[in-house]
Design a protein. Sequence first.
Length: 242
Amino acid sequence: MAKPKDKKAELKGKKKKKSVLREWIEAIIFAGIAAIIIRTFLIETFLIPSESMESTFLKGDMLIANKFVYWFREPKQFEPIIFKFPLDTYHPEPAERYAKLIRPIYWDKKNFFFKFYKRRDFIKRIIGAPGDTLQIIDKNIYIDGKYIKEDYVQHTDFRIIPREQGRLYINNEFMGSRDNFGPVVVPDSCYFVMGDNRDNSNDSRYWGFLEREYIKGIPMIIYWSMGDHHKIRWSRILKIPK
């Protein structure tokens, strides 16, 4: 028969175990909530998926994006930005096939399995700001009739496509070609964005203006970079982009 002191010690030990377990659970929940808040409002990691911003950013660069900078100011002309691709749908399609659980997780009714879906993040540089009249003449940028010198741009295709040979439109209005485009006026709360690798970039020339609401933040630092065959680019690590 257990003595009263032994029972008290046993109960005390159980309470201590429960309190330790509770502390761990609370710590995990707190860490999860903190991570969600940080990722949603403050910073987020981002992988460069293509060559469209070379040579400023290389495919395989991993960035930390500053998302809170736009709490205090509006996007600046000629700065690189990260944004949600505006042509991606908010939910996977066809809509009747997928049931939202907790975004970005959906239930695929056809395959009876989970589906992860989120709109793609793009990175480009702001070229035209609200109210600007933008025109491209023989690959050169003109804003309100003034030539813009762009030290960050690279051209890999030395052909110049004449305006009349283009098939680019904005709001059903003919804009011209990749190399001879516009003129076009950037609407309020919108931006005209382009890749630094100007001849190999899917940007505003092809899909139109970027609305302010899609912009997430700016690249803050390259924290890791990996090229072909998993080769680490040591010289790019901790590089601050411009």
